[in-house]
Ligand binder design. Structure first.
Ligand code: PLP
Length: 365
């Protein structure tokens, strides 16, 4: 039998607590995936995503899968055997990009940076004279670092710029067209404040024209997705069954974010993040990410000497129903990751976390 567990404060890297509008929409009556009312909902969702991305790209849509599926779609449609992909790596998700691009057959030129540091656009752009694509993560959730995509865009030359905006969309300034992003993918469960399950995706006409004609993946072939998008002139046709409940949820969250104002949502994330970071430092804790490049929506903290990271996290869960994340890879036990995403980017969340963490460090170690 299904057990209903108490609701948690999800202050990890994701999923975050959804916006109430997004949760309510999951209970709407289900529509058929070709019902005209659903198609209107999908159109409205794509339009909301254009605004969230800062793009006029016709091909902007929620792909049916999580953020990593968006990553797969970005590479499988742009690189194949013989193509060079320059990939900036400053955390787990840059590493994942290298793996995905290599599986597509690309020759991967990996430009490594210390974890906790932003990418260096000049070094990335200088790594190869003529790559097919250059790829970078805007907001590295594994380390809590924001990188300068705008500068990378000015240096990309003829390469297509692929950007991972999974954690930045809806939480940090993001301007795909102004910054020269050719292909972008994101996720719903971070600052958009929706459950995990869709990958907001955008591709420029220029990148679409330079895509791989018949990519290895049928499901992710953007040429075939034309019918799903309704951009082939003949109206929408069946490609795969749209996850209609998730689309309704994403639409509701986008409506809510756009009513608040995108820039106001960015500012709300910024102010909550700065408040959390200064509160943690006042408690004597050290932040992991480089100063000046810290993500407000995902704060990385060094676990203090002599404190058992896992015990503290378990204490938070059992005593406060509050989840924070551990570190990634070799930082698993030495870094905490605290997310303030979507509706959690608020002063009251900061107060709750700081009080709970102080108690947990005192009582759990
Ligand atoms: C969460 C995340 C992903 C992966 O998304 P999934 O929804 O877990 O597949 C990719 N990139 C970044 C930067 C992320 O934060």
């Amino acid at each position: 039998m299904t057990q209903i567990l108490p609701s948690r404060y999800l202050f990890g890297p994701g999923p975050t607590n959804p916006y109430p509008e997004a949760t309510a929409a999951l209970g709407y009556p289900l529509l058929g995936h070709l019902d005209p009312d659903f198609l209107q909902r999908l159109d409205n969702t794509c339009e909301g995503l254009r605004q969230a991305w800062g793009t006029a790209n016709a091909r902007t849509l929620p792909l049916s899968g999580t953020g990593s599926l968006g990553m797969e779609a970005a590479f499988v449609n742009t690189v194949t055997h013989g193509d060079v992909a320059v990939i900036a790596v400053n955390g787990l998700f840059g590493e994942r990009m290298c793996d995905v691009a290599a599986r597509c057959g690309a020759t991967v030129i990996r430009v490594d940076h210390d974890f906790g540091q932003p990418i260096d656009p000049e070094r990335v752009a200088a790594a190869h004279p003529n790559p097919k694509v250059i790829a970078a993560v805007h907001a590295e959730t594994s380390t809590g670092v924001l990188s300068d995509i705008k500068t990378l865009g000015t240096l990309k030359g003829d390469a297509l710029l692929i950007v991972d905006a999974v954690t930045s969309i809806g939480g940090s300034e993001l301007r795909a067209d102004d910054w020269g992003i050719d292909v972008g993918y994101a996720g719903t469960q971070k600052c958009l404040g929706v459950a995990p399950g869709l990958a907001p995706f955008t591709i420029s006409d220029h990148a679409f024209d330079r895509r791989i004609e018949k990519p290895q993946s049928w499901y992710l072939d953007l040429g075939l997705l034309g019918g799903y998008l309704g951009d082939t002139g003949g109206g929408r046709t069946y490609h795969h069954t749209a996850p209609v409940a998730m689309v309704a949820s994403l639409e509701a969250a986008l409506d809510r974010i756009l009513a608040e104002g995108l820039e106001n949502a960015w500012q709300r994330h910024r102010s909550a993040g700065l408040q959390l970071q200064s509160g943690l430092q006042s408690m004597g804790l050290e932040l992991f990410a480089a100063e000046g490049y810290r993500l407000p929506q995902l704060t990385t903290v060094n676990v203090p000497e002599g404190v058992d990271s896992a015990k503290v996290r378990q204490y938070l869960l059992r005593n406060f129903d509050l989840e924070i994340g551990g570190g990634v890879g070799k930082y698993a036990a030495t870094v905490w990751r605290i997310g303030l995403m979507g509706p959690n980017a608020s002063n009251s969340s900061v107060t709750l976390i700081l009080g709970a963490l102080e108690a947990a460090i005192k009582n759990a170690s």
